[in-house]
Each structure stands twice: as C-alpha cells, then as structure tokens.
Design a binder for this molecule. Structure first.
Ligand SMILES: [Zn+2]
Length: 205
C-alpha cells in the first residue's frame, strides 16, 4: 500500500471517529518530489488518492493539480523542513484537543505521566513532557512562524505534535501509520485530562 493510499484510508477512519467533521482537518505524506496533501474544502470521508494535491516541499504552488491544497499547507511544510524523520503530518479537530488547549500555561501544556506516553518513546524517568500550544491566527503563516521558532529553540525530549488553541491537534510520524498512532495516543491523553479535571476548579463565592 502506498503512503498516499494509507493516508486516504486513515482519512476515512479519522472522519468516522468525528475528528474531521465537516471538511475540517488536513493530512499529508512526504513523497520523492515533495508533499501530497488533502485538498481544501473536500469532505474527508469521501477522499480518493486522485484528490490529493501535489505541492513542493517549500513553495505554495500545487505541482500537478488544479485543486487547492489545504490552507494549512505552510504548517506541513514547516514540519517536513525541520523534522527530517517526518513522513506524514496529520491535523484533526477533536473536542478534547480544543478543551485542553485552553489549559496551557505559558504556551505549554504539561502531559499527565500516563503509561501511554511511552508510545512516544518517553521514558518514565524523564521529566514530564510538555506539548506546545500556539495561539490560533487567521494568518496561518504567523502560526508557521511560531512553529519554526519552536523547532529552533526547543531542546531535549519533544513530543511529535502541537496544539493550536481552540482549533486542533497536529502530529507527525515516520510513516502514515505512525502519525495515525500518534493521533490516537494524544486523544487518549486529552480524554484522560478532561475526565480527571477536578470539578472543584470553578470559581466559588
Ligand atoms: Zn485546522
């Protein structure tokens, strides 16, 4: 199965989970000549490989298609440029990702020390990892700039993903299957965080 057909299969699964509702979210894979990414405005439950838009690794222009690539292509390009191991980048909108994105302090969301973190090759004795949370911005290029800075400045263990506040989750992996797994792991962590949030955290008079 080619990376492109794996992406299409994953798009159907992610749609069925309710994580790509409407026409939201975008998925891409790295290819020999650049990137294949989901088109803008296309329903993710009805994709075929022929719908994917070919884009160069750097530029904005579609290479082989008249369809428009996802508006968030610059985020994908920033990840592929900075993470040479990345072969797939998946971006979804889940309810829990939106909820926990509001809890980040100073742009970092501390992950709970769950066994599931080991799915990211985190060792139990490492400090608890943080997931970066960027402000949402109608100018996606501004978010891509923040992400570029993060890649240049971050040291030590880093999780293969980030949140955009009140928007969604983006992950990458060294294969489409790996990116899909990372979406599932983060979803588990976020659901745990939502369910274990103390009910007493509201304001009392
Ligand atoms: Zn989005």
């Amino acid at each position: 199965m080619t990376p492109e057909s794996q992406l299409v299969r994953h798009a159907g699964k992610l749609y069925e989970k309710g994580w790509m509702a409407g026409t939201s979210g975008n998925l891409s894979v790295r290819t020999e000549d650049g990137i294949r990414i989901t088109p803008s405005g296309k329903h993710k439950g009805e994709l075929s490989v022929a719908d994917l838009v070919a884009v160069s690794g750097q530029g904005q222009d579609p290479v082989h298609s008249s369809a428009r690539p996802s508006a968030e292509i610059s985020l994908h390009q920033t990840i592929y440029r900075n993470r040479t191991e990345a072969r797939a980048v998946y971006h979804v909108h889940t309810v829990e990702a939106n909820v926990v994105s509001q809890w980040a302090k100073s742009g970092n969301l501390e992950m709970p020390p769950l066994e599931m973190l080991k799915g990211f090759a985190w060792k139990g004795y490492d400090p608890r990892p943080f997931l970066p949370v960027f402000a949402n911005d109608p100018d996606v290029g501004a978010i891509a700039g923040e992400l570029e800075t993060y890649f240049h400045c971050r040291r030590g263990f880093t999780l293969p993903g980030f949140l955009i506040r009140l928007h969604g989750l983006t992950v990458w992996g060294d294969s489409p299957d790996s990116a899909f797994k990372h979406i599932e792991l983060f979803d588990f962590l976020f659901r745990f965080m939502v369910l274990s949030r103390p009910f007493s955290s509201g304001t009392c008079s």
